[in-house]
Design a protein around this ligand. Sequence first.
Ligand SMILES: [Ca+2]
Ligand SMILES: [Ca+2]
Ligand SMILES: [Ca+2]
Length: 209
Amino acid sequence: MLAMGSANALIVVESGLTNSPTNAQNIDPAFGFIPDQEIEINSSFDLGIPNATVFGFSGDGTFDYYSFSVGTGASPLQIGQTVFFDTDYAQIVGLDTQLTLFGTDGTTVLASNDNAPFDGPGDLVAMTTNSFLSYTFASAGLYYIRVSQADHHTLYGVPLSTRGATYRLNVSTVPLPAAAWLFGSGLLAFFALSRKRKRNKPLLMLGQA
Ligand SMILES: [Ca+2]
Ligand SMILES: [Ca+2]
Ligand SMILES: [Ca+2]
């Protein structure tokens, strides 16, 4: 089941049939801009952060794959943006997550993380075993993020346990490139205005007479 359609549809519920890239659950329609206190990078960019949330209730002994678009317009994620992937609440049900990001072929590993290097919002427990990773996408396409269960003998984890495999997955980004661009053009506009004001100086000084 996928929450679709509106800008407010921020939550995807894991369908239970997402055990490979070919049947990954697409989360593009779930991206919205409503502030979410549990995304990892939120303190000073609370407004206008594209983010999507997945609630996983797997419990079916499989991997959970989700797909998302970058640079195609199907999601707000753009080329050159750093995207953050974060699991929350898994630890309190005894699930030690592993997050793995795959390229557009569904098999090339771009990044993977077992335990977040910090306790972020939604982790609740010190020394979290929830996962966190970030990645800056250089080219457009459909990518895959996988939630699995961490395993000391398997590099990228094993299928989720059939018991208690509940988690929340947050996908978010900081709109830095667009903000920087707007800031730059704002400065240009300011200087242009300053030059114009100088040129019109006699006119502006009338008010002080
Ligand atoms: Ca979090
Ligand atoms: Ca977390
Ligand atoms: Ca972990």
